[in-house]
Write a protein of this length. Sequence first.
Length: 381
Amino acid sequence: MTIKPDSTDDFPTSREEWTAFVAQSHRTESALLERIKELNCLYGITRLAQRVDQPLGALLTGIADLIRASWQYPDITCASIRLGDTRHCSENFLHTSWSQASPVIIQGEECGEVEVCYLEERPECDEGPFLREERSLIDAVADLIGRIVAQRRVEEQMRVLSQELIMAQENERQRIARELHDHLAQDLSLARADLERVNCTLPEGGPWKGQTGAIAERLGSAIRSIRDLAYGLLPPGLTELGLVETVLAHCEDFSLRHGIAVEVFADGLDGVDFDFDTQINIYRLIQEALNNVRKHAKASRVAIRLLGSYPSLLVRIEDDGCGADMERCLSQAGRTKRMGLWSMRERVRLLGGKISFRSKPGQGLHIRIETPLNRSSSEHA
């Protein structure tokens, strides 16, 4: 069998064929570059959407800037994204007659529009001066924006609901704590006092003397347990002593109970008058962090830093425990029973702050919390 070389019948040989071949190559290259710009636009929007800390307005403005660079004539392209009555435009936006638009649909309703304009006239193409592919791109961008906004709204609703849940939980804790302390513990204390008075009237060595004494001891133990429970639900010194002193008392009690050394350092908070919501949420964050140390960290030492540096209150909590894969823990926090991390994040959001967790297996856990200090509080310092 004889193997013949590849046919060269389609290879250009004349000058005219070369010219046509080069022109076709340029057109193919130009088309590929346009498709690359379109892919970069969609990929860029996806990356922007992943920045959950970025406000929606800034996100839409960033998308408008991405659109500018993705059309056939980027130097004279401008873009606008309307959502409701609000527009988010590229810096050079000007409405012209050379435009195309696509509606933004959210849950079946038209809620806005994506508009792309050329600032100068260009030759007629598939849709005015625009390419057929650019129609597909603007429709895809509008659809993607609709999905992003819908997801943001759902996340915001979930955030509001979770914050309302935390506040309802806190209010219920306070109600139960007051009921336990002001009613049940007081009633048991009175019953114990009455029993002790009865015990004093009984003859020594009688059959009831020892039994009433034992009952009084059990009542005393129950009263202490109830008061400890009430203290855990609502620390009684928070409004009287303030945040720092209450945290110190809790950390001392935690160390005595569990044998874990806790070092507390506070600076820049003298005279700062926190509102109750801020105090109770910061206290709960520290309480939850210590509970995590007790349950999971296998640590022997914890360091807590509270630093007032206007306009922020910084809280840092570090332990020398076994550490954890925080990326996995945080991703599973909402799906498992480890609600402590979830509640900490939601409490910080409730305060308008930020929280970060840094840890690796064997290297302990570092928690950093930053929340606003209002000006009126800092001026009292």
